[in-house]
Design a protein around this ligand. Structure first.
Ligand code: TYD
Length: 227
């Protein structure tokens, strides 16, 4: 497989989407202000109405161990070295896969929805923190971390839109939310790189539309997965 980011093809080949026609591993991605949480809740309700057994998890976190790591990262009193950060996120991810996700997916008609997954590590630690996309893939190159979603809904908004929505929310900022505009622009670039490496898995959702329109784009992408 050739790619424009000079990632070792043998490394990329270690990754594959979760394979099943009866159960689904899905993820949502987006920068601050994309409207991810609102859409996830609505999508979960829809899937439950359609008869699926849905487990919604967030990263970092989702297990007792992962929630400890979440606290350690997002409320760290001193800036973390990017490689420490990347390993902590991957560690939380591996534990969640092992402890909950893969077991849940053994049941037919089950769905696990991730609020952030590996593409957050690619965008935040790989590109915005500067470790490089290849380093993130290397860190994830062992099972169960090589399991990718069948579909990733990337709710894409511009830097301007993110800043406007963050200002309107006027919330206290956590570890990443206090970063500057340059950091946010790198996140957008990082997600674009992830999308180019995994074009089939990614559905780009225009997050600047109104809530109903965004939701209908998500539903369309989901239905195309079922075809
Ligand atoms: P959270 O409060 O869950 O953010 P959001 O509501 O925006 O999803 O905090 C998670 C933060 O951690 C978020 O800023 C993105 C960051 N993050 C990474 O940097 N790398 C990762 O691999 C993951 C999963 C999250």
């Amino acid at each position: 497989m050739s790619n424009s980011y000079n990632i070792d093809p043998a490394l990329l080949e270690r990754f594959s989407s979760f394979k099943s026609k009866k159960s689904f591993l899905l993820s949502f991605e987006g920068i601050e202000g994309a409207g991810k949480s609102t859409q996830i809740i609505r999508f979960k309700d829809k899937l439950e109405q359609d008869g699926y057994d849905v487990l919604l998890v967030r990263e970092p976190g989702g297990t007792v161990f992962g929630e400890h790591l979440r606290e350690a990262i997002l409320h760290s009193e001193s800036p973390l070295d990017p490689i420490a950060e990347a390993h902590l996120f991957a560690s939380s991810r591996a534990q969640l896969l092992f402890e909950k996700t893969l077991k849940h997916l053994e049941r037919p008609n089950s769905v696990v929805i991730y609020d952030r997954y590996i593409d957050s590590s690619i965008a935040y630690q790989g590109v915005a923190r500067g470790l490089g996309v290849e380093k993130i893939l290397e860190i994830h190159a062992h099972a169960p971390l090589t399991t990718l979603p069948q579909k990733t809904f990337y709710i894409r908004i511009s830097l301007e839109c993110s800043l406007k929505r963050q200002a309107a929310r006027n919330q206290e900022k956590d570890y990443f939310e206090s970063e500057n505009n340059n950091f946010y622009q790198k996140l957008i670039d990082g997600y674009d790189q992830a999308q180019q490496l995994f074009p089939q898995r990614f559905s780009i959702i225009d997050g600047e539309q109104d809530i109903d329109h965004v939701f209908s784009q998500i539903c369309q992408a989901w239905e195309s997965l079922l075809l």
